[in-house]
Structure formats: C-alpha cells, structure tokens
Design a protein around this ligand. Structure first.
Ligand SMILES: [Zn+2]
Length: 203
C-alpha cells in the first residue's frame, strides 16, 4: 500500500519507529536498520507492506520511495516537511483516519511541482479547516464577539480584531476569497508569509 511518512524516530541501534499515513490509517511501525535505510525520510511517499508479529510493533517492510521531482528544491522540501510535522502533531492521537488527509497530501505534493510552497500549504490548510468544520467564514471576533471588518487571524485562522490579538489585519475581501475558493492569488508575498507564520502556530 501507499503512505506518507509523517514522523521518523530513532531508537536503539539505528532502528527506527516510523509513523505512516495511508488513506485509512496512521500506522506506527518498526523499521530495522538496513541497507535500504535511506528510503526512510520525513515526508517521503512510499509503497510498503506491514508485517505483523504478535507481541511486537508491526514492521515496516518492502519500502519503495515514490519520489517527487521537487524534493531537490530545498525550500520546497523544508516547507513540505514543516507542514508534515504539523499534520502529525494534529493527527497523532488517531490510528484510524479519514482519507481526506492522505488525499490532501497527495494534492499538495502535486501542487508543489508548480506552485510557491507556502501558498500551496496555506490553501490545503484552509481545506483542512473546512473539512473539520473549523473554518470561520463569518467574520466575528472570537475574543469580543463583535463583527470584524479587517480581520487579523489567530491560530487556526480564527478571525479577530487586530487590536484584540495584537496582529496586523488583512483586507476582508482577500480572506473571504481565500476561505471561499482556497486560493491565495489575491494575497501578496508578505501576507502569505504572515499566514504561513500563523499556520505554524499549530493546526
Ligand atoms: Zn475583538
């Protein structure tokens, strides 16, 4: 089956614990140190098999790295890994997951071929918020409950007054468009950077 490596933890003797997201599961698997060690890296999409043995963590076997051309682009690679790390922190409690998350990473990986990586991540993150019912399209400040005309965005892109959270605001139409169409085209690079910083506060 196919999956994305969401986390890699070194254990004794260079062995690894690897968390792999598939369409249905977030697996925690054991990987013995071996010659094909290099196919295991945070964010890699892999084809693999799981070997079960009673009393032990299931083993990650027969791994093939399904590479992306953009992995050689250091900036894209680092931003992808950052997004993956945030996603793992978000999903870590679950063993069974909706296929939304796998599909989201698949779509994001394709978008990274052409698109600026922070923009691609922000657009997919807005989709995630919508999927989870956490996207606040109604511009009301989560702190004072009053309407917001120029939203500043807190963690999880929660709208608020600039003065209520001490952050710089955005033009409302730009955020409306982003939330509605999952599209960053009307945001300038500085605004995209601010959204990327907010996204990194955690999913
Ligand atoms: Zn307020």
């Amino acid at each position: 089956m196919q999956g994305f490596i969401l986390r890699v933890t070194k254990v004794k003797n260079e062995d690894l614990i690897v968390n792999v997201l598939t369409t249905r599961h977030l697996f925690t698997l054991y990987r013995f140190y071996g010659a094909r060690h290099s196919t295991i890296n945070l964010g890699y999409k892999i084809d693999f098999e799981v070997e079960y043995e009673p009393g032990y963590l299931p083993k990650l076997r027969h791994v093939t790295h399904l590479g992306f051309a953009w992995l050689r682009d250091l900036q894209k690679h680092l931003i992808w890994q950052r997004f993956i790390t945030l996603l793992y922190a978000h999903l870590r409690e679950f063993e069974e997951v909706d296929d939304f998350y796998f599909s989201m990473l698949d779509r994001l990986a394709k978008k990274l071929t052409r698109q600026e990586p922070r923009r691609a991540c922000i657009e997919e993150y807005v989709r995630l918020l919508e999927f989870e019912g956490r996207l606040h399209t109604h511009m009301q400040c989560f702190l004072c409950d009053k309407e917001v005309h120029e939203p500043a965005l807190a963690r999880a892109f929660l709208p608020a007054h600039a003065h209520c959270i001490g952050k710089e605001p955005f033009a409302k139409q730009k955020i409306d468009y982003l939330f509605r169409y999952k599209d960053t085209q009307f945001l300038d690079d500085g605004e995209v950077e601010r959204l990327w910083q907010t996204l990194q506060e955690g999913f």
